[in-house]
Design a protein around this ligand. Structure first.
Ligand SMILES: NC(=O)C1=CN([C@@H]2O[C@H](COP(=O)(O)OP(=O)(O)OC[C@H]3O[C@@H](n4cnc5c(N)ncnc54)[C@H](OP(=O)(O)O)[C@@H]3O)[C@@H](O)[C@H]2O)C=CC1
Ligand SMILES: O=CCCC(=O)O
Length: 273
């Protein structure tokens, strides 16, 4: 995303908690600042895309955070996937500085990001048009976050069901790649199946969207559902699979590694006590 801003001629300044991850962008001409505060102080619009609600609040409102560098005429855009309450809290801190806030979570992973084909779930800034193919506006702060959580709740349930289908096809002697092909031509076709399926069949999970964040998103979506007394048993079941996969140490693998939670694990014989 930052790469596309640089390529479009924007004057880009970067910071990351682990500085070395900034190096490829600095090599492309980005400036570097030593904290979110310094980035915000030196830029008209500051974007953030961090792991979870805790880090989004820390980067925005914490020591040397974005809010400390904000002021009238500046803007802050948080692209992280968080809950609505987090967006609203950050909004209050940013607005108190006289700056503007925009929550703009995205749908789409690494390839759409590289190809500037992301979907922004709420945005007005033309800068986002450099990085994405479409943008939706859902009104007050918190609605964009909620929409993103709904999308990723459905995404997680789809991935869990897809995983069951792949493993069941193998168990009944069918070619799972044949299943993927049938799905691609069916009424339930989804790009995710064709993109992730062939790798899942080979037990390969190169990370585009870490499994730990997919589980975080479902967890936040379940909390949202509970807050309005909406039953979501399918998402709850999918969440349990993602938690199992995390317990297997797959949190940093791609979210498609959830299939590993469904594979029978051979445990060494437990010695009788
Ligand atoms: N990957 C994807 O396809 C998509 C991701 N998202 C969302 O975007 C966000 C980032 O995802 P992704 O880039 O994949 O995740 P990664 O885990 O790869 O990166 C997380 C980022 O957050 C930073 N971070 C984590 N904790 C802190 C902290 N306490 N203080 C400061 N920075 C912190 C990390 O810094 P460091 O490098 O130092 O660890 C890193 O820059 C998440 O909210 C995710 O749900 C949304 C759509 C698609
Ligand atoms: O939230 C990230 C999941 C990846 C995607 O949106 O395709």
């Amino acid at each position: 995303m930052a790469q596309n801003l640089i390529k479009s001629g924007c004057d880009v300044t970067v910071w990351n908690r682990t500085k070395s991850k900034c190096d490829p962008l600095i090599n492309l001409g980005a400036n570097y600042q030593s904290s979110p505060k310094e980035v915000a102080a030196n830029c008209d619009v500051t974007f953030a895309m961090v792991a979870d609600p805790e880090s989004a609040i820390d980067v925005a409102c914490g020591k040397n955070g974005v809010a400390s560098g904000m002021g009238p005429g500046k803007g802050y855009v948080d692209i992280s996937t968080v809950d609505g309450a987090t967006s609203k809290l950050i909004n209050e801190h940013i607005k108190a500085t006289g700056a503007l806030f925009l929550e703009a979570p995205v749908s789409g992973s690494k390839k759409p990001a590289e190809d500037a084909q992301l979907i922004f779930l709420k945005a007005v800034a033309p800068l986002l048009d450099i990085m994405g193919k479409s943008r939706f506006y859902f009104g007050e702060v918190g609605n964009g976050a909620a929409m993103k959580l709904l999308v990723n709740m459905i995404r997680g349930s789809m991935m869990a069901s897809f995983s069951e289908g792949i493993l069941l096809s193998k168990k009944v002697g069918l070619d799972p790649n044949g299943l993927i092909e049938v799905l691609s031509q069916s009424a339930i076709s989804a790009p995710m199946y064709s993109h992730k399926g062939p790798l899942m069949v080979k037990s390969l999970y190169p990370t585009e969207a870490p499994l730990k964040h997919q589980q975080k998103d479902i967890r936040l979506a379940l909390a949202l559902a509970e807050s309005v007394s909406q039953s979501t048993p399918v998402a709850a079941a999918a969440n349990e699979l993602f938690k199992v996969a995390k317990s297997y140490g797959l949190g940093d693998a791609d979210s498609s590694a959830v299939i590993e939670a469904l594979k029978a694990k051979s445990f060494s014989r437990l010695d009788s006590a």
